[in-house]
Write a protein that binds this ligand. Sequence first.
Ligand code: SF4
Length: 352
Amino acid sequence: MTKTLHHRACHLCEAICGLTIETTEVEGRVQITSIKGDAQDTFSRGHICPKAVALQDIQNDPDRLRQPMRRVGREWQPIEWEDAFNLVAERLAAIQKRHGQNAVAVYQGNPSVHNYGLMTHSNYFLGLLKTRNRFSATSVDQLPHHLTSHLMYGHGLLLPIPDIDHTDFMLILGGNPLASNGSIMTVPDVEKRLKAIQARGGKVVVVDPRRSETAAMADQHLFVRPGGDAALLFGLLNTLFAEGLTRDSHLPVDGLEEVRAAVASFTAEAMSPLCAVPAEQIRQLARDFAAAPTAVCYGRMGVSTQAFGTLCHWVVQLINLVTGNLDRVGGALCTEPAVDLVASTSGGHFNL
Ligand code: SF4
């Protein structure tokens, strides 16, 4: 019996936790015998959740598919990989030739963006398919993030993320990181990281129509009317402008005066009936956010999958920008990923 330790990453979710996987070989057959969090991983620091522990059940399952299968009548027959690739290519080409490019649709699940191979190569394949029918975890719940980045920063994937490990004030809207393990911010062991904000004297504020797991551990929870987040955000932005709570950004910025004029009538008092948060609480939240040495406003799925999703994300970015927290330690930071899709892709389009 030979035991081997492998250091790998879990790509089931965005947290990308480091894993230590122990395999045992008995008479030429290799089995996973344990999966643990990798304490040597400087990012996840040993964190693991039950999903990764259960990976060994998938790997070891005797019914797991280990080669392509082709359906023939009511039967499934094993075929070689080469034959499977040829079959798929022939059928895709034939379908598109007969019914048009858009007759083929693609769905990419969440782990596909946590996988180097798919991240670096799927665009080439999808580019060849030339279908407009592309769906993914992105199209399900986060396109307002990308549209906002496309319009504000010139690239749909230039997504500033909260600097959770350095911020003094984290305002969360429409997100429940304790359940999601953090989304569009890549934070393994997010609970420990949120508690660390509180431990260093900072504050976590959650805006959510329900008392989520994250709201329950926050310093303050504001119950917002479902779909009322845009009104609350506009009330915050208006207060920042009206009460002189803004800070200059080191970034080159165009159009801020137009924004100031556009939101001039969206006072906390005017927005309060729309979001069901008292005006004084909206104003105080804006003051607390601006007074913190560093702060970050983070909006996620709950403020995306709603009628005003893009407006919400636009104002989230503006709040970070006008308080000087965009592209700043402790605020919202642009990333420097190993595979830089911002540098290597065109930036997308929204047929605007
Ligand atoms: S939080 Fe769980 S599912 Fe997500 S990367 Fe870590 S171990 Fe995997």
